[in-house]
Design a protein around this ligand. Structure first.
Ligand SMILES: Cc1cc2nc3c(=O)[nH]c(=O)nc-3n(C[C@H](O)[C@H](O)[C@H](O)COP(=O)(O)OP(=O)(O)OC[C@H]3O[C@@H](n4cnc5c(N)ncnc54)[C@H](O)[C@@H]3O)c2cc1C
Length: 557
């Protein structure tokens, strides 16, 4: 018992939302996991939900962000160190996620000769990643990059043979040591330079062949990267200009003889959010690296990595929105205003239910996308993956900042201070729409699909037409998207309209088919009504907000 206050009693202050199972308490998530093919993982996901939603895990998340990483450029004798130190909480978070296999579980079949993929592996991993992001989002950066590096490594068999088995163990080893001496390794990625991030072809970093050159050969790299996150990774996939053009390289921290490779970290970025994660500026002073693929094929080679990280951006955004919503509902369930619980105040009910609809939609879209990664051999799934990766990444990441801001406001002043997690979540969310292809870049990627792979777009539109057939407002939305597609000359200017319409149409179709009627009806009524709205809490007068909120409550289920 603490000391009682002499001036007042503490009343009407909701307890923190912690020790909540992030899986068991999330109906939309559980249903998505079952629907999209990962029913076999329910038990392990439920156990992970308990770990990630524990008070201890949330506290680690707080500590890892309050004590951000520090760069040690030199040791006390003035020799180069180029190492980054992290708070123990960060290492604990990494250990939790690596021991769950979030950095490699979808590739576990590679450990056994001819091993087959676990059904629903991407959906199961996405579900755990969605919860890990809620536990703490910054550490998910090296987790996602390591996972996404594997398909690129597989393109160069001798490098894959040396490195993939080191990625696969469900272990975390933070020691600064040669990869061969470690229990497990992680990967980072270096593409962005000062003069251009989106336009990676403008890279000035040079790669000179150490010998004959070519795929798999050793090169000497000189230049820089303006952003290179997770600098304590054991190796990086890096783009540099070889004599034959932009090429993808594997650059290890330690060379095969055990010496430290010539990466010189200049400073760490002082970021808006994502503070537990170190993002460096780095120079390569004749660093050694090995080519993955032929010279000049750099973008084509690294694109597979980016496709995987884009899925994770969408999944993490959905997860962060979910945690914001859960905190807002939890607060409103406990806080009394004018003799009524906040959640029972009609306007607040409208706002919260409206927020819940976007979380439902982002979750449905993200897990539908994850399923297309599991079934990529199927032509329809491959078409969905190609077109809907940029669409889902764009939409889920773009709606997250205003959604989290509104959720923060539901807690009033308590939402704006650092004691509740909302302030940190609010600073965190914008990064997902900036990195791994910013908003316009996603819209341009969709246009690229329309130009180069129109059959993929046609397959998705066909599937959406079928799903929309019984619902006039979805049918109309489908016709609208078809209309946009009929005017290719204007698409350059309407890229964002097209992407947003596609995202809403797909979300509406999935919710109509699978979500409870209260959710699907309210989503369609508000998102396809044609009435302009810029803020939450409008157009739900006829919606069953109680049913939507009961389902979304972290205390339901
Ligand atoms: C926290 C953090 C960590 C990061 N970590 C890494 C990392 O580990 N590795 C790495 O390589 N990079 C990393 N990045 C960099 C990130 O990927 C880039 O910032 C991003 O790709 C954008 O590149 P840029 O900053 O050069 O902006 P620019 O490319 O200059 O783009 C500026 C704006 O212009 C828009 N734009 C670009 N092209 C067009 C066009 N043709 N038409 C219309 N609009 C356009 C973009 O959408 C963007 O909004 C990180 C960034 C952040 C914030």
């Amino acid at each position: 018992m603490g000391q009682p206050f002499t001036t007042h009693e503490v009343l009407n202050q909701p307890p923190p939302l912690e020790d909540v199972n992030l899986f068991a308490s999330d109906s939309a998530l559980k249903e998505a996991v079952l629907r999209e093919g990962a029913g076999g993982a329910i038990d392990e996901l439920s156990a992970f939900g308990g770990i990630t939603g524990s008070a201890e895990a949330f506290e680690r998340g707080r500590l890892a962000n309050e004590h951000p990483p520090r760069l040690l450029t030199h040791d006390r004798q003035g020799r180069r160190r180029d190492t980054v130190t992290f708070h123990p909480a960060y290492h604990a978070l990494m250990r939790t996620s690596c021991e769950q296999g979030l950095h490699s579980s979808v590739w576990s079949h590679l450990a056994t000769d001819g091993g087959s993929r676990r059904p629903g592996a991407h959906v199961a991993r996405a579900s755990a990643f969605y919860m890990a992001a809620q536990m703490e989002a910054g550490h998910c950066c090296p987790i996602t990059m390591t996972n996404a590096a594997v398909p690129v490594l597989l393109l160069q068999p001798e490098l894959a043979e040396a490195w993939v088995p080191r990625i696969l163990p469900f272990r975390y080893d933070p020691s600064f040591a040669p990869a061969a001496d470690k229990a497990a390794v992680t990967f980072g990625m270096g593409m962005t330079e000062k003069q251009g991030g989106t336009d990676v072809r403008a890279a000035t970093t040079r790669a000179e062949p150490a010998g004959a050159g070519g795929a798999g050969a050793e090169y000497i790299i000189t230049g820089h990267k303006w952003f290179m996150s997770a600098p304590m990774s054991d190796a990086f996939l890096v783009l540099a200009q070889a004599p034959g053009g932009l090429t993808c390289f594997l650059m290890p921290r330690f060379l095969p003889d055990g010496s430290v490779n010539a990466l010189r970290f200049q400073r760490l970025k002082d970021k808006l959010g994502n503070r537990s994660n170190a993002s460096s500026e780095v120079e390569f002073h004749g660093a050694h690296a090995w080519a993955i693929g032929e010279e000049g094929r750099g973008v084509a080679t690294i694109i597979e990595m980016v496709t995987h990280t884009r899925l994770d951006c969408a999944v993490a955004s959905a997860g962060l929105m979910r945690l914001s919503l859960a905190n807002a509902i939890h607060f409103a369930e406990h806080r009394t205003v004018f003799q009524r619980k906040l959640i029972d105040q009609p306007l607040m009910g409208q706002v919260l239910a409206d927020l819940a609809l976007d979380v439902e939609a982002a979750t449905a879209l993200s897990f539908r996308l994850a399923r297309s990664f599991d079934r990529a051999k199927d032509a329809r799934a491959a078409a969905w993956r190609r077109l809907m990766t940029p669409v889902t990444k764009y939409w889920a990441c773009k709606i997250a900042p205003p959604m989290v801001a509104e959720a923060m406001e539901c807690l009033g002043g308590s939402g704006y201070v650092e004691d509740a997690p909302l302030a940190r979540l609010y600073r965190e969310v914008p990064v997902n729409s900036i990195w791994e292809g910013s908003g316009n870049v996603m819209a341009l990627d969709v246009l690229r699909v329309l130009q180069r792979e129109p059959e993929a777009a046609a397959m998705v539109m066909e599937e959406l037409a079928l799903a929309a057939a019984d619902e006039p407002r979805l049918r109309f939305a489908h016709e609208r998207v078809e209309g946009l597609l009929q005017e290719p000359a204007l698409l350059d200017l309407r890229g964002r309209a097209l992407v947003e319409s596609l995202a809403l149409l797909a979300a509406g179709a999935i919710l109509k088919a699978h979500a409870p009627a209260a959710v699907a009806d309210a989503f369609i009524a508000t998102r396809f009504a044609g009435t302009p709205r810029q803020t939450y809490g409008q157009g739900l007068e006829r919606a069953d907000t109680r049913a939507i909120l009961e389902r979304a409550s972290p205390h339901h289920g």
